[in-house]
Design a protein around this ligand. Structure first.
Ligand SMILES: Nc1ncnc2c1ncn2[C@@H]1O[C@H](COP(=O)(O)OP(=O)(O)OP(=O)(O)O)[C@@H](O)[C@H]1O
Ligand SMILES: O=C(O)c1ccc[n+]([C@@H]2O[C@H](COP(=O)([O-])O)[C@@H](O)[C@H]2O)c1
Length: 193
């Protein structure tokens, strides 16, 4: 039986923004995936926890933002795994729990630039296809990519969660940067920091 092609899109999603959603929608088509799971990461091993909003609040916003897109699912899978959230562990657990699915790791070009610092990076490359999408400021030399790693043309979206948080903290309008379903909550949660 054909396995369900499932993209794993991990992120802090602090908060999810329109760039994340545009990339995920394009990745479904470009990488030929059936579904993408946006896995809300409790703690990126390479990021300081400092400005990270509560896990459940980030998950709730991600779920509401993705409600219009049936092929995109917000996941709390890493909430039950040890911290920090090493992607190698996550992928191994997923493969054991969902034998009917074939997992592809989706990462932005900024994360590919530091991928050699990821825990068990070479094991991830050896066992899972990796789909990279471009990000402003992080050029990719496609000639140097291993055979299981591909760059897809998802377009460039000049948005970051940092920009959203900083604008909200300054009282600026972010209605063009985040989905309307979560605008009120983004203003509420990040405006108070
Ligand atoms: N505008 C964007 N274009 C391309 N990739 C993006 C974009 N925003 C986020 N990503 C990628 O999505 C994944 C999850 O992103 P993350 O939740 O860290 O958002 P972020 O905007 O990078 O956050 P922050 O500004 O807080 O670091 C990462 O692999 C990141 O590279
Ligand atoms: O496994 C690792 O060593 C590792 C190192 C850095 C980042 N990650 C994961 O990469 C994803 C993107 O992280 P972020 O914070 O840039 O959104 C998220 O799922 C992180 O947990 C994973």
């Amino acid at each position: 039986m054909q396995k369900i092609k499932t993209g794993i899109y991990g992120g802090s999603f602090n908060p999810i923004h329109n760039g994340h959603i545009a990339i995920a929608k394009r990745m479904l088509e470009e990488a030929g995936l059936d579904e993408i799971w946006l896995i809300v990461s409790p703690q990126n091993p390479l990021k300081a926890a400092g400005s990270l909003l509560d896990d459940q609040l980030r998950l709730d916003m991600t779920q509401r933002a993705l409600a219009p897109y049936p092929q995109l699912t917000a996941s709390d899978y890493e909430f039950r795994l040890p911290r920090p959230s090493y992607m190698w562990h996550t992928l191994q657990h997923l493969s054991a729990d969902y034998p009917d699915r074939e997992f592809t790791l989706l990462i932005g070009a900024d994360n590919w630039a530091v991928f050699d610092r990821w825990y068990h990076a070479s094991d991830i490359i050896a066992h899972y296809p990796i789909a990279i999408y471009p990000r402003t400021g992080s050029p990719i030399d496609t000639d140097t990519l291993p055979p299981s790693v591909h760059l897809y043309d998802t377009g460039l979206y000049d948005i970051s969660s940092t920009e959203v948080r900083e604008k909200v903290a300054r009282g600026e309008d972010v209605s063009q940067l985040v989905p309307k379903e979560i605008l009120k909550d983004v203003n509420l949660h990040y405006g108070q920091q």
